[in-house]
Design a protein around this ligand. Structure first.
Ligand SMILES: *Cc1c(COP(=O)(O)O)cnc(C)c1O
Length: 397
């Protein structure tokens, strides 16, 4: 990819050099099956063990509490199934989550509803930050699991995970946190956060796609999605993706080591971008301005279609997103923007630019220019916008 500005890091990130280098030996010479007893197998086994230890150090947990999965989606599914299946959850059929979780949580909860579970989805405050009090009030006698994300993938708002974890522990309810957008960018010490289960995915922090992890606190009985050869201590059958696991560990170590410097640099770029885009008339920033990921910018622009805006940006060499990548291609408004109370019409005119430390100030300024110009051009062509200009329709913003 040349001469493009990549601003879609919430969808996926570029593989880092150190992650690639950690992977190559397992793609070339160390190709043994880690379950094999011979030396080739044991070399691969060592690679997995070392990766698990390195990751456990960052999560501040025991390596035995980490299960490698095919990514965030699988880990989220398994966490929820584990939460409702644990012996202390027996006969309890109520789950608390939020209306703006990732679809890998929401759709799995939908499935459980069909199996007799009752799900309470917390309303989202306008700034996209859940109040711990909401969780306290939603927990009932029969609640077995609370599942709340660390940082939202569309609007970047950061949730008070530690406070929520304390409430869950106090009430004797298991707590799962989808930390896919947070891992590599925010501290993920599982004791500090007071979580029982935590999900991460390598490709969101410069690791390879198709690999993730599930942390499950000792003493909780895993429920399995896959049956087979009993790899991963019997929690996740299937021959391990050794190279990807090694790549994930290298990427997480690098991201954790550079976290503060990256955060500072990225937040400065983000603030420049937010300030620039705020000058577009009839626009609004989505998500809390302070409690947000350093790389997240998300706006609604009145009177335009997000998809059309994306096409214009792409033509100018800018990779961005409207709503979440998962619902791209369908014209459905983002469930996250609806959840924070944006009217459907505004929600369909949204733009997410997710940047990182590799973006430059020049790129930020170019994005501001192109977005400003594109929004103006799209409005010029819109009959609905004309109605607003002539007073036949009210502005929403
Ligand atoms: C990307 C993402 C997932 C899914 O992870 P995959 O590894 O792509 O399956 C889950 N939750 C959040 C918040 C995400 O951003």
């Amino acid at each position: 990819m040349r001469d493009i500005i990549y601003a879609d890091n919430a969808a996926t990130t570029k593989l880092s050099r150190s992650a690639l280098e950690a992977m190559l030996p397992y793609l070339r010479e160390e190709y043994g099956n880690p379950s094999s007893l011979h030396s080739a197998g044991q070399a691969a086994r060592r690679g997995i063990d070392e990766a698990r230890q390195a990751i456990a150090k960052i999560l501040n947990c025991s390596s035995q509490e980490i299960t490698f999965t095919s990514g965030g989606t699988e880990a989220n599914n398994q966490a929820i199934l584990t939460g409702v299946s644990d012996r202390r959850s027996k006969a309890r059929k109520h789950i608390v989550s939020t209306a703006f979780e990732h679809h890998s949580v929401l759709h799995y909860l939908k499935k459980l509803e069909g199996e007799g579970y009752e799900v309470t989805l917390l309303d989202i405050p306008a700034d996209g930050v859940i109040e711990p009090r909401q969780v306290e009030e939603a927990i009932r006698e029969d609640t077995c699991l609370v599942s709340i994300m660390y940082a939202n993938n569309e609007i970047g708002s950061i949730q008070p995970i530690r406070e929520i974890g304390e409430i869950c522990r106090h009430r004797g309810v298991l707590f799962h946190c989808d930390a896919v957008q947070a891992a590599g960018y925010l501290p993920v010490d599982v004791d500090e956060l007071q979580v029982d289960m935590l999900t991460a995915s390598a490709h969101k922090f410069h690791g390879p796609k198709g690999v993730g992890l599930l942390y499950v606190r000792r003493g909780i009985h895993h429920a399995n999605l896959l049956e087979g050869g009993a790899q991963e201590r019997g929690h996740r059958s299937g021959t391990e993706n050794v190279a990807a696991i090694a790549g994930m560990a290298a990427a997480l170590q690098e991201a954790a080591g550079d976290r503060e410097a990256n955060r500072e640099k990225t937040a400065q770029l983000r603030d420049r971008l937010i300030d620039g885009l705020s000058n577009i008339p009839h626009s609004i920033l989505n998500g809390n301005r302070e409690k947000r990921l350093a790389g997240n910018v998300n706006f609604c622009f009145e009177g335009i279609e997000g998809e059309t805006l994306l096409l214009l940006l792409d033509r100018a060499g800018i990779c961005a997103s409207s709503g979440s990548a998962c619902s791209a291609g369908s014209l459905e408004a983002s469930h996250v923007l609806l959840a924070i109370g944006r009217p459907r019409e505004l929600a369909s005119g949204s733009l997410r630019l997710s940047i990182n430390e590799d973006n430059s100030e020049e790129e930020i300024d170019r994005m501001i220019d192109v977005v400003t110009d594109s929004v103006a051009r799209l409005r010029e062509r819109s009959s609905m916008w004309h109605d607003r200009l002539t007073g036949r329709r009210e502005y929403l913003l």
